[in-house]
Design a protein. Structure first.
Length: 255
């Protein structure tokens, strides 16, 4: 579904290093904006080399979509290369000195990074995967970076509660409201808005069917055995383990 480490231009001026952990960069008129910083710090030099191969613009900003270890490992190296680090105010450690990989800029609801005629639009989507989730939209390219808000079928919630479910549904709708054509998840292959819509339908079906099975006296293991993956999602990335995980999570937390 993708070639590990391959770089491609997915829209004018927007590049992705495809991998289990994706790294995206967009070329604005005056500088480059990097989205996320991988899990392995030793890959920073490789990514910076790819950036130099795709543009002569300097690195300007790094946006961490959230503050998990598999998204921030190259922060120090990218900061040393000139990046101003941005994260949501609830997501990251306290701001510290320039170049230490911690945020130089934090924001609350939204933030726009402008470089000439192009812009990167940052929007807080927190309370879903983490408190500080960010979606990042490049309007000219119609590319939307969503971090781990979409995980090829994996429910991004740590706890299934009425509040978290309502928030996730709201976030999915907000993501669909962008005029995006390409979705860049934090991990795995590129997606489209149709994939987000299908996940929303799938999630709603699980919320209806799994608790009903529990009320009928079935165990999580029985439900897993009796509820196979939907046929149209069989080719979703790593969905062979994500679907039974989702079923068990809902069964145990809603049972």
């Amino acid at each position: 579904m993708f070639e590990e480490g391959k770089v491609s231009e997915i829209a004018p001026g927007v590049f992705v290093r495809h991998a289990v952990d994706n790294c995206t960069w967009a070329v604005l008129d005056d500088f480059v904006v990097i989205v996320d910083a991988l899990e392995q710090a030793h890959l920073a030099d490789e990514v910076l080399r790819h950036i130099r191969e795709t543009t002569d613009k300097p690195v300007g900003y790094l946006v961490n979509t959230h503050w998990h270890g598999d998204h921030v490992a190259c922060n120090i190296a990218f900061a040393a290369a000139g990046a101003t680090v941005i994260a949501h105010e609830s997501a990251a450690p306290d701001k510290s000195g320039k170049g230490d990989g911690k945020p130089d800029i934090t924001f609350g609801t939204s933030l726009s990074i402008r470089g000439g005629g192009r812009a990167a639009e940052l929007h807080h989507m927190g309370g879903t995967h983490t408190p500080g989730d960010i979606a990042l939209f490049f309007p000219w390219a119609k590319v939307l970076g969503v971090g781990d808000l979409f995980g090829w079928g994996l429910i991004p919630l740590t706890q299934i509660t009425d509040e978290s479910v309502a928030n996730l549904k709201q976030v999915m709708q907000r993501l669909l409201d962008f005029d995006a054509e390409v979705i860049v998840p934090g991990h795995g292959p590129l997606a489209t808005p149709a994939h987000l819509q299908r996940f929303r339908e799938y999630f709603q079906n699980l919320l209806e069917e799994v608790p009903a099975a529990r009320r009928a006296g079935k165990s999580p293991e029985q439900i897993q055995a009796e509820m196979p993956r939907p046929d149209d999602m069989l080719d979703w990335w790593r969905f062979d383990w994500k679907h039974p995980h989702n079923v068990e999570q809902i069964a145990r937390q809603c049972g």
